[in-house]
Design a protein around this ligand. Structure first.
Ligand SMILES: Cc1cc2nc3c(=O)[nH]c(=O)nc-3n(C[C@H](O)[C@H](O)[C@H](O)COP(=O)(O)OP(=O)(O)OC[C@H]3O[C@@H](n4cnc5c(N)ncnc54)[C@H](O)[C@@H]3O)c2cc1C
Length: 290
């Protein structure tokens, strides 16, 4: 049962930050409530004050410019999935959103809420890490930014400090000859990943040599993370099927999965091995066409 709380609905970002600063440890931010309400119903979280930021329309936007893509934190998953500019220029984000939860959850859940919930099995974080995205965090003291890959510290734990809100997700422009792909293995479609893998590959102009690669794993460790040893196997080389197989094997040794009701640790390692090679191949094919 949900314990009683006082509901506060600020109208502006400034007002929200002031409330966060005032109620500190006694409050919790809610946006779409798709993750938080489950925890509140289970009694795992029982804030005295609930600060609802869903109505902050100033944080709900998708903008594309020469600095890249900017997504406001209260933008829904569905808005990202359906955005024409995202479908055209950052299609991997739209593809990821299409497989996240059900349409009902995507209609109400937000990208900011998903990232701040810090579920290691969440879909957006690995894709954003592969895309080298950063986050803007605001408080009454000012603003700071950090790479998505540094944001999650442990299971359901983030680098957010008291009084801070995630306000924006920034994706830099995609370099030429770059392909990015994502997939997840899940037991029930529209559910969280048993393992998720995102890969971004940048090839040299004309020579097909791997100039840059980012491999990000979801549900394979306490936090979404890069498989940097696996990336090193490909960097500076012409990508072949044999190398991709090796990359999958190295990534599976870098993963730190757990056993739970969905999969054993061994099974998750095997998924990492197979999916990294498979998604790497798809990213390479896309890079060749880019
Ligand atoms: C049936 C179901 C299926 C799901 N399947 C998937 C799935 O397949 N893949 C997947 O990735 N997720 C899945 N989810 C999770 C869910 O969709 C996301 O976690 C959700 O989008 C969270 O967004 P929200 O706005 O509802 O966040 P809320 O639940 O409101 O908040 C989540 C957390 O983030 C904090 N928070 C929210 N916004 C901010 C902010 N701007 N700044 C600071 N803190 C903030 C809150 O305090 C809370 O701790 C599923 C959820 C359900 C209910």
């Amino acid at each position: 049962m949900i314990k009683d709380f006082e509901y506060l609905a600020p109208k502006t970002l400034k007002e929200a930050l002031t409330l966060l600063d005032k109620y500190k440890d006694d409050c919790k931010v809610i946006c779409g409530g798709q993750s938080l309400l489950i925890l509140m119903r289970q009694g795992l979280v029982a804030p005295q004050y609930l600060i609802d930021i869903k109505g902050l329309s100033e944080l709900s936007y998708i903008k594309d410019g020469k600095d890249g893509l900017k997504i406001g934190a209260t933008t829904t998953h569905r808005a990202i999935e359906k955005s024409p500019v995202i479908q055209k220029k950052f299609s991997v984000l739209a593809e990821m959103e299409r497989r996240l939860a059900s349409i009902q959850t995507r209609n109400w859940g937000t990208i900011g809420g998903n990232i701040c919930h810090a579920d290691p099995a969440g879909d957006p974080a690995p894709v954003l890490i592969a895309l080298n995205a950063t986050l803007s965090l605001a408080s009454l003291k000012g603003e700071r930014s950090m790479p998505v890959e540094d944001f999650c510290l442990d299971y359901f734990e983030t680098a957010l400090e008291h009084g801070e809100l995630l306000t924006e997700i920034r994706v830099p422009p995609i370099p030429p000859h770059t392909g990015t792909a994502y997939t997840k293995f899940n037991v029930i479609e529209s559910d969280l990943a048993t393992v998720g893998v995102a890969v971004s590959v940048t090839l040299g102009a004309g020579d097909g040599v791997c100039q840059d690669i980012r491999i990000a794993l979801g549900a394979a460790a306490p936090t979404p993370r890069r498989a940097k040893k696996a990336e090193a196997v490909l960097k500076g080389k012409k990508i072949t099927d044999a190398l991709l197989k090796e990359v999958g094997e190295v990534a599976s040794t870098e993963a730190e999965p757990i056993s739970d009701i969905y999969a054993s640790e061994e099974y998750r390692r095997e998924l990492v091995r197979v999916l990294v090679a498979r998604v790497g191949k798809e990213a390479l094919a896309r890079a060749k066409q880019a």
